[in-house]
Design a protein around this ligand. Structure first.
Ligand code: PEP
Ligand code: MN
Length: 263
């Protein structure tokens, strides 16, 4: 179902009125984690003014350590809903357990499946129970074929609305958090008709790598970007070091728009 051979034209996924794929870029911005209503609304307003067309924010966080901040859970989800009411931006947030699928189906515009759950096949199968679009992040060590097969699980279960997200893979390099695989963009476009966006924040793990990698991603044909933006990165509860301040995000989007015109 995900194979380009049986579906030559690009798929365009509609996220509550925002089209992704073809000529349409998904510009997703927001904090790693929802921390408070004031935080999310301030960032959402700034990101929208810069040209973002969706708001991200983790309510359920997959953290390496069980002692690290695990997210605000359902309370965080309610904050995102209020930020959507305030700004009109569709919301993107990660689902870690099928237990919450009904509430996500009701409230979330684009349901994110994180890198760590890319091969949680049981969770993927459950996603056929919603028609909400799914943002499927690439697993930390997943091949293109494995990643596309995970999209296939979702589509085979009855949900054709899948957007892929390259977020860097594990390599021998330890200076950066992961290594951004830019080749994924043209390869996925050759193999599949699904839209593919890039998350340069989790790839590099450093805020100053976000701008060059975001530009390279758009130049390579990506259908959008998911970028962590925080109004006070030094005090962020998660991933502050890779988050852009709203001013930097604003400048980046101006430049991205120029690059997108010539691609
Ligand atoms: C995220 O986007 O918040 C996240 C946890 O990313 P990943 O699953 O790619 O690590
Ligand atoms: Mn993060």
């Amino acid at each position: 179902l995900a194979n380009r051979a049986f579906h030559p034209e690009d798929t365009i996924v509609d996220v509550s009125g925002v089209k992704v794929g073809g000529e349409h870029l998904a510009l997703i911005a927001g904090p790693c984690s929802v921390e408070s209503e004031e935080q999310v609304i301030e960032i959402a307003k700034a990101a929208k003014a810069s040209g973002a067309n969706m708001l991200r924010g983790g309510a359920f966080k997959p953290r390496t350590s069980p002692y690290a901040f695990q997210g605000m859970g359902l309370e965080g989800l309610e904050i995102l809903v209020r930020a959507k009411e305030e700004t009109g931006l569709p919301i993107v947030t990660e689902l870690m357990s099928a237990e919450y699928l009904d509430v996500f189906d009701e409230k979330v515009d684009l349901i994110q499946i994180g890198a760590r759950n890319m091969q949680n096949f049981d969770l993927l199968k459950q996603l056929g129970n919603t028609k909400r679009p799914i943002l499927l992040k690439r697993g930390l060590n997943a091949t293109y074929e494995e990643w596309i097969m995970s999209a296939e699980y979702i589509m085979a279960s009855g949900n054709p609305n899948v957007i892929l997200c390259e977020r860097g893979v594990r390599t021998f390099e330890s200076y950066t958090r992961n290594t951004l695989d830019l080749q994924a963009i043209p390869v996925i476009k050759k193999k599949s008709h699904l839209p593919i966006i890039v998350d340069p924040s989790h790839a590099g793990g450093k805020w100053w790598l976000v701008e060059p990698m975001a530009k390279a991603s758009i130049a390579a044909g990506a259908d959008g970007l998911m970028i962590e933006v925080h109004n006070n990165p030094e005090a962020a509860l998660c991933d502050g070091g890779q988050s852009l301040k709203p001013e930097k995000y604003d400048k980046l989007l101006t430049e991205i728009t120029q690059i997108a015109k010539v691609v």
